[in-house]
Design a protein around this ligand. Structure first.
Ligand code: HEC
Length: 162
C-alpha cells in the first residue's frame, strides 16, 4: 500500500475505535408484568412467541440487544427505532396503550407488510412470517386491539379471542 493510503486507513480505524465509546442511552423503565399486553389479553402461546419474537424488540420495555447493537454507528440507528417504536405503541404498557388509535392498527400494519420493519426482518428470520403466521397474527390483533373510541368497542372486547 502507498503510505498515504496507509495513513488514511489508520486514521479511519482510530476514528471508528474512538466512536465505539459513544453509546446511546439504553435505560429502560422498570417492568410490571401485569401491564404487558400479552398478559392483559391472556394471549395464547403461539401468539406470544410470534409477537415477542417480531415486535418486542421495538415495542416493549424489554428489547433484546444483539452484539451488533453495541457497534457505533449501528447502535444509534437501532436505538432510534426502539425509542420511536416504544413511543408509538408500547406493549409493555398496555395499561396506557390499550384502545389507542395507533395500537389498533397493528393488524393492518402486519397485513400490509409494514410491521415489523423490513430492515428488522432481514436480520431476524423469526419475524419473516409465513402466510399462515401472518394471517393468525392479523386476526388476533384485530380481535384484541379495538380502538377506544370505536363503535361496538365493548362488544368486541367482550368477545375477544383467547
Ligand atoms: C425494528 C423495530 C420495529 C419492529 C421490530 C416493529 N416495529 Fe412497529 N414501529 C416501529 C417504529 C419505529 C414505528 C413508528 C414509525 C412508523 O410508523 O413507521 C412503529 C409503528 C408501529 C405502529 C403504529 C403505526 C401507525 O403508523 O399508526 C404499530 C401498530 C406497530 N408499529 C406494530 C408493530 C407490530 C405488531 C410489530 C410486530 C409484528 C412491530 N410493530 C414490529 C418499529 C418497529
Amino acid at each position: 500500500m502507498k503510505p498515504i493510503i496507509k495513513r488514511i486507513a489508520l486514521g479511519a480505524s482510530i476514528v471508528l475505535l474512538v466512536a465505539q465509546f459513544f453509546q446511546p442511552d439504553r435505560t429502560m423503565p422498570p417492568i410490571d408484568p401485569a401491564n404487558d399486553m400479552l398478559e392483559m389479553t391472556n394471549a395464547p402461546a403461539d401468539i406470544r412467541q410470534l409477537v415477542v419474537g417480531a415486535c418486542y424488540d421495538c415495542h416493549s420495555d424489554k428489547p433484546v440487544y444483539p452484539w451488533y447493537s453495541y457497534v457505533t454507528p449501528v447502535n444509534f440507528w437501532l436505538q432510534d427505532h426502539i425509542n420511536e417504536g416504544r413511543e408509538t405503541v408500547n406493549f409493555s404498557r398496555w395499561d396506557l396503550f390499550a384502545g389507542d388509535e395507533e395500537a389498533s392498527e397493528a393488524g393492518e400494519k402486519i397485513a400490509e407488510g409494514e410491521m415489523p420493519l423490513e430492515s428488522y426482518v432481514w436480520i431476524h428470520s423469526e419475524a419473516d412470517f409465513t402466510d399462515e403466521q401472518r394471517a393468525r397474527l392479523v386476526a388476533w390483533f384485530d380481535a384484541n386491539t379495538a380502538a377506544r373510541s370505536g363503535e361496538g368497542e365493548h362488544d368486541r372486547r367482550e368477545t375477544r379471542e383467547h
